[in-house]
Design a protein around this ligand. Structure first.
Ligand code: BES
Ligand code: ZN
Ligand code: ZN
Length: 509
């Protein structure tokens, strides 16, 4: 989809009118591009509508297609605006409209800059225009994707137009940046939506290599013998039951200052989670091909940051395995020795994400990171706690946590905090190993998962002189798939990419 800044509405494109005051329709930026008859018709439609919110498709007297909407108090709710941006595209999609024209001013909210909204618009339009079609026969008339969006830009104060932004350069860049972020999220959604039979650890590694080549970052893939040599007993343990061999994906993007400590992103890459010998019941096993969504998020967050030419040092680590039941599976009761030497007592083979992440979090320390963030579809309990509208965030550092919650709020990629308290460590004390991979009770499972991971971030090798670093854990299980009210295609939601990109670009790190 092309998204371009424009000064006029071309006759070929369907104009979009989104107002918060029906009486102001005549002052709308796109109104002047309509013929007299169409103008009267639209004014009447808004008058007749009353006080109900709506967004709908209409055909004007001239035969021209248009979208009109009335949203109350829209200026005060960025949340509402994000949904409105997506609904414009999904409506156009439904009505087979290929070209639309929107007024950037319609989406401005109180306190946000035009550039911020333009970037958000670029991303949300892309997200809404995505559908996972790779495995479907194309209809004869082709897919109904929107092909072109003209954005009529709002010059915030024409008197201040300098040579530099005369052509709306800043807005153009904001739209383009937003589009890049949307594209990378969609690529992650496509990876996650790919069925388990086709998305193996090796395929995930190939996807990372491909992205590294096109976006410009280094990718190194560790195969099983190297994983063994390093001593990643967690990764090897979970991988034992599968014919597909594990991979450990390492991505390095070093465009920050020389010597500046990197931010390390760690993503859960379970390409299919059957539960292993603790096999999942049928209604729970469905959709478990998306259990590598954290890994896909890390790959594409780095790709987005590279394409945006962000001047930071960033590392991505994705342990990739398939969790299968077979004669060679790891057993409940197995004791696995992780990279750092700590042992895991496997009480449930379905709590596999934390077992592979233990090795990856230990590996992260090699980089002497300034911050480690892991992303994982870790627990069903996070869904029970939050529903499907926000991912769970846990952190050892309140300031970072607050910055990430804010970044989520600005991008529509919401996160909400749960406690990370030492009291919970009692839950995961092992009997024969250092840590048990499930809690002693069935309560607070999202927290138990987080506290388990924490053990592999903590005690940062007392013998070495490593500095302590803050850590954030994002349990994105609640946002693994979209829900109806997201106004996005069914399937993977691509959670945490917009959030990570916003946070890493803006945070003072
Ligand atoms: N991948 C699942 C968690 C999950 C469930 C993600 C539903 C998305 C949707 C994870 O590996 C898992 O099975 N966790 C168990 C942990 C339990 C055995 C302690 C769970 O949540 O039930
Ligand atoms: Zn599992
Ligand atoms: Zn899992």
């Amino acid at each position: 989809m092309k998204i371009e800044l424009s000064k006029i509405v071309k006759p070929s494109s369907a104009p979009v009118f989104l107002v918060d005051d029906a009486r102001k329709i005549k002052e709308h930026k796109l109104f002047k591009f309509l013929g007299a008859e169409d103008k009267d018709y639209i004014v009447r439609l808004f008058e007749e509508n009353g006080d109900e919110e709506f967004l709908r498709f209409i055909v004007l007297p001239s035969g021209k297609k248009a979208l009109i909407g009335f949203l109350k108090n829209k200026k005060t709710s960025l949340r509402k605006m994000i949904i409105a941006m997506r609904r414009v595209i999904s409506l156009a999609h439904r009505e087979k409209i290929k070209e639309i024209a929107v007024n950037l001013g319609d989406f401005l909210t109180a306190g946000s800059k035009s550039e911020e909204i333009a970037e958000l618009l670029g991303t949300q339009l892309e997200l809404a225009n995505f559908e996972f079609t790779g495995y479907k026969t194309a209809p004869k008339e082709g897919w109904n994707f929107v092909e072109r969006v003209f954005v009529i830009g709002k010059e915030s104060s024409p008197s201040k137009i300098s040579k530099r932004n005369l052509g709306g350069q800043a807005l153009k860049k904001a739209l383009a940046d937003g589009k890049i972020i949307g594209e990378e999220i969609n690529k992650a959604r496509a990876l996650s939506n790919t069925p388990g039979g086709d998305m193996t650890p090796q395929r995930l590694a190939e996807a990372a290599s491909r992205e590294g080549r096109s976006a410009g970052f280094r990718v190194k893939i560790l195969k099983e013998d190297q994983i063994k040599k390093l001593g990643m007993g967690g990764v090897l343990g979970v991988a034992k039951g599968s014919a597909e061999r594990p991979r450990f994906i390492i991505m390095e993007y070093f465009k920050g200052k020389k010597g500046e400590k990197p931010v390390v992103l760690v993503g859960k890459g379970v390409t299919f989670d059957t539960g292993g010998l603790n096999l999942k019941p049928d209604n729970y096993i469905y959709e478990m091909h998306m259990d590598m969504s954290g890994g896909a998020a890390v790959i594409h967050a780095i790709a987005a940051l590279a394409r945006l030419k962000v001047k930071k040092n960033i590392v991505g680590l994705v342990p990739a395995v398939e969790n299968m039941p077979s004669g060679s599976s790891y057993h409940p009761g197995d004791l696995l020795k992780t990279l750092g030497g700590k042992t895991i007592e496997v009480l449930n083979t379905d709590a596999e994400g934390r077992v592979i992440l233990a090795d990856a979090l230990e590996y992260a320390k090699k980089y002497k990171p300034q911050l480690v963030i892991d992303v994982a579809t870790l627990t069903g309990a996070a869904i029970a706690a939050l529903g499907q509208r926000a991912s769970a965030i846990f952190s050892t550092d309140k300031k970072t946590e607050k910055e990430m919650i804010d970044a989520g709020e600005k991008t529509g990629d919401y996160v909400w905090p749960l406690p990370l308290w030492e009291e919970y460590e009692e839950e995961i004390k092992g009997t024969f190993g250092d840590f048990a991979n499930v809690g002693k009770t069935r309560y607070g499972g999202a927290i138990t998962g987080a506290v388990f991971l924490w053990q592999f971030v903590k005690n940062q090798a007392p013998s070495s002189n490593l500095q302590d670093f803050p850590w954030v854990h994002l349990d994105i299980a609640p946002r693994m798939t979209t829900i109806e009210s997201d106004s996005l295609a069914k399937g993977a939601a691509g959670a945490s990419i917009a959030l990570l990109v916003k946070f890493l670009r803006e945070a003072n790190r």
